[in-house]
Design a protein around this ligand. Structure first.
Ligand code: HEC
Ligand code: HEC
Length: 193
């Protein structure tokens, strides 16, 4: 009896402890309490941004997707040799360098185009995405530091936080996202197993 009670107390305190740390699970500060390598847990949160429709809709194979429901792009467009469309359906004909068009609802940012095929993210697990992102052969020969900079300053990335009407922005703040990238990089760009 006595030992069962003790087990219960231990179990209870472990549970309380987990709850306390669990509350902080949304923040970087709580990573120290985790049992996984910090870089890998951080990765899951980074991946949730990369897999958001605002990013994923462009990191496609042949045609971009549209909206939060991720329907095929209307009107139909294709990648073409330079990732900027074919014939009269060139991305820049509709997607303006000066930003989102409030009147028409067409989103815009400088050099709007499909991500290169080496950066196809659709259908990847978070682990595969992690390995792909840090592979210089596939990521545009970017060092981990250059990946942070891309996330910090690239206009197509920043657009995800200001996507114009009817589109959900990336749910965590941009600063929070960049901080997560820094934690992941300083922890050695660890990918989940
Ligand atoms: C309008 C299309 C478009 C959108 C939207 C977009 N990207 Fe990209 N992305 C690109 C293009 C084009 C490149 C290639 C640019 C280069 O290599 O210089 C790219 C490259 C990248 C890279 C370089 C490394 C790699 O392996 O892919 C990262 C990282 C990236 N994008 C992150 C994001 C994130 C994060 C978002 C969402 C917040 C996003 N992108 C949204 C088009 C887009
Ligand atoms: C003839 C005009 C036209 C052309 C050409 C065009 N688009 Fe679009 N695109 C649109 C319109 C309109 C929308 C907005 C649809 C909506 O949200 O209802 C859109 C939306 C998008 C979105 C959705 C963003 C999001 O997350 O919701 C992406 C990505 C996109 N276009 C990429 C491209 C790419 C890449 C090209 C070139 C290969 C291209 N578009 C060419 C008209 C065009």
């Amino acid at each position: 009896m006595k030992s069962t009670a003790r087990v219960r107390i231990v179990a209870l305190s472990t549970c309380v402890c987990a709850t306390i740390f669990g509350v902080g699970a949304g923040g970087i500060g709580s990573l120290a309490a985790g049992t996984e390598p910090p870089s890998a847990t951080t990765w899951d949160r980074i991946a949730s941004v990369l897999q958001h429709p605002r990013c994923m809709n462009c990191h496609q194979l042949e045609t971009p997707l549209q909206g939060d429901t991720r329907r095929v792009h209307i009107p139909p467009v294709r990648r073409g040799a330079d990732n900027m469309g074919v014939g009269t359906m060139r991305c820049h004909n509709c997607h303006n360098d000066s930003g989102n068009n409030a009147m028409s609802g067409v989103p815009g940012a400088p050099h709007w185009q499909l991500a290169p095929t080496s950066m196809l993210w659709e259908g990847l697990s978070t682990t595969e995405l992690c390995r792909m992102l840090k592979n210089p052969e596939l990521n545009g020969h970017r060092s981990p530091q250059a990946l942070i900079e891309h996330m910090e300053t690239e206009k197509l990335v920043l657009w995800g936080w200001n996507p114009g009407r009817h589109r959900e922005p990336i749910p965590i703040s941009h600063q929070n996202f960049v901080d997560l990238m820094k934690v992941w990089v300083s922890g050695g760009t660890v990918c989940p197993q």
